[in-house]
Design a protein around this ligand. Structure first.
Ligand code: HEC
Length: 255
């Protein structure tokens, strides 16, 4: 019995370890804001897909994703996809690629906007959620925008109409540099200097929706895996009763 328990504990620990998402470094020591991702929340995924197509696809591709796969997974009909989501000139079976040529975007931004198909996995949900809420106005930056999480980022704040314009509030912090204690200025918080179309709470929800969508997009099979996994567990539990009865029946004669 004890051995079975130990084995079960080992299995659970192993599953927990392999389930931990891969995450690239690069937070620069900045703190990430927590976001709860529930891939069963279809409404959030649908709202996120709409935001992604409207605000991100003009520069970024998501070239592992087809529009109609998205429709199938999120319960959006081909009709609705055609009417509301299709990017200029695309078909429902097309991959979600940007119409912006990479050479042009490189010329404009200095770097080509990376493909976002897998960013939900490589960066992780909390990183994305924090990143999209950390843009601030910066007159010294080429695009006029900077980001607390991704310093000197080449991407402009494309959601500023929704969020509004925020300015950093600086605070002094002591840091050890080359063995000496120095005072450096750090961004402590943000102050909204021009409100956007959404209230701060609504904006947080919109970014959470977008993060939901990007996490789903990085591994669309997750949705199916959850449903299949649930029924597999139900099946195994149902199997338990006949297996136990059968064992009793066999051992009756052995004893
Ligand atoms: C105007 C063009 C443009 C639009 C629109 C745009 N981006 Fe970007 N984005 C960029 C550029 C350029 C970079 C590269 C930044 C760099 O490396 O400095 C980038 C980088 C990123 C990164 C960092 C990727 C990484 O792992 O390093 C993420 C995440 C991202 N964008 C998300 C989004 C999302 C989500 C949207 C839609 C809300 C969006 N972007 C819309 C231009 C754009």
């Amino acid at each position: 019995m004890r051995r079975t328990l130990a084995l079960a504990a080992l299995c659970i620990a192993g599953a927990a370890l392999t389930a931990a998402p891969a995450r690239a470094s690069g937070t620069g020591g900045a703190e990430l804001d927590a976001v709860h991702i529930d891939l069963g929340d279809r409404a959030a995924l649908q709202r996120g897909a709409k935001l992604f197509i409207n605000y991100c696809l003009s520069c970024h591709s998501a070239s592992y994703m087809r529009y109609n796969r998205l429709g199938r997974d999120l319960g959006i009909s081909d009709e609705l996809i055609k009417k509301n989501l299709l990017f200029a000139g695309s078909q429902a079976g097309d991959l979600m690629v940007t119409t912006m040529p990479a050479e042009d975007s490189e010329k404009w931004f200095g770097v080509a906007p990376p493909d976002l198909s897998l960013t939900g996995r490589s960066r992780g949900a909390e990183w994305l959620y924090t990143y999209l809420r950390s843009f601030y106005i910066d007159d010294g930056a080429p695009s006029g925008w900077n980001n607390k999480l991704f310093e000197n980022v080449a991407m402009p704040h494309v959601l500023y109409e929704l969020q509004g314009v925020q300015r950093p509030v600086l605070g002094a912090e002591e840091e050890v540099m080359e063995g000496r204690l120095v005072t450096v200025e750090k961004i402590e918080s943000f102050e909204l200097v021009r409100p956007g179309k959404l209230t701060p709470a609504e904006y947080d929800r919109a970014v959470s929706d977008l993060t939901h969508y990007m996490v789903y997009m990085a591994e669309p099979a997750q949705l199916r895996r959850y449903t299949v996994g649930f029924w597999v567990v139900v099946f195994l539990l149902l199997l338990l009763a006949p297996a136990w009865l059968l064992k009793k029946e066999y051992w009756k004669d052995v004893r």
